[in-house]
Ligand binder design. Structure first.
Ligand code: ZN
Length: 207
């Protein structure tokens, strides 16, 4: 996999998903991070997950990679180099505990292999990203489908927010939030991420 530096992720960026978790729609983007060590390429192989920390949930997301240093006013069109699909994995029971105690999310969102990513495709402009939907199949059955047109905060807003507050530079990636349909992963589940009709990457999970 090409180099990934900072890995940002956005929570609650699709209305229906915020609703399914009982969360209010946020007024500004909810940003968290995963260590770059959490990334693992979806190349058809088996990905090991933690087995004694409660349920692991999948969240299929569009992932964008940044080509150059963010400056205020920079356009998403100029900053994005390529894009992929990814799974933002969450230890949901651990996250519930952390939320109740108002603790940071690292343990629930940043564990090793918590960010499977497909190979990247060349970015050709925002219309390209809106033209196709992405979807997740588990064991051959569709579970999630999303399109960037349904985002609460669009890519430009996310880039401006992250760039201004935290910084963005070459090699940084952003997991841009998940549509509705998240759920629990079971041992030996086969995950496939599609861009339109094209299979971009797959993996099998083992606990
Ligand atoms: Zn997510």
């Amino acid at each position: 996999m090409s180099v990934i530096k900072n890995m940002y992720a956005v929570g609650r960026n699709y209305t229906l998903h915020a609703a399914e978790l009982g969360n209010a729609v946020p007024e500004s983007p909810l940003i968290f991070m995963k260590p770059s060590h959490a990334a693992v390429l979806m190349d058809g192989g088996t990905v090991q997950l933690p087995d004694r920390l409660g349920s692991v949930h999948y969240e299929a997301e569009l992932v964008i990679r940044i080509a150059r240093t963010y400056e205020p006013g920079a356009k998403a069109e100029e900053l994005i180099s390529d894009f992929a699909l990814g799974l933002d994995l969450t230890l949901r029971d651990v996250q519930a505990e952390l939320k109740a105690k108002q603790l940071p999310w690292l343990k629930a969102k940043g564990f090793k292999n918590s960010a499977p990513i497909t190979p990247f495709l060349r970015f050709e402009g925002l219309p390209q990203l809106a033209a196709a939907s992405f979807s997740l199949k588990i064991n051959g059955e569709e579970r999630q489908r999303g399109n960037i047109r349904d985002m609460i905060f669009d890519l430009q807003t996310l880039i401006d927010h992250i760039g201004l507050h935290y910084g963005l530079g070459e090699g940084d990636v952003i997991f841009t939030g998940t549509p509705a349909g998240v759920g629990q992963i079971s041992d030996q589940d086969e995950m496939e991420l599609y861009w339109g009709e094209t299979l971009l990457g797959s993996c099998r999970f083992a606990f």
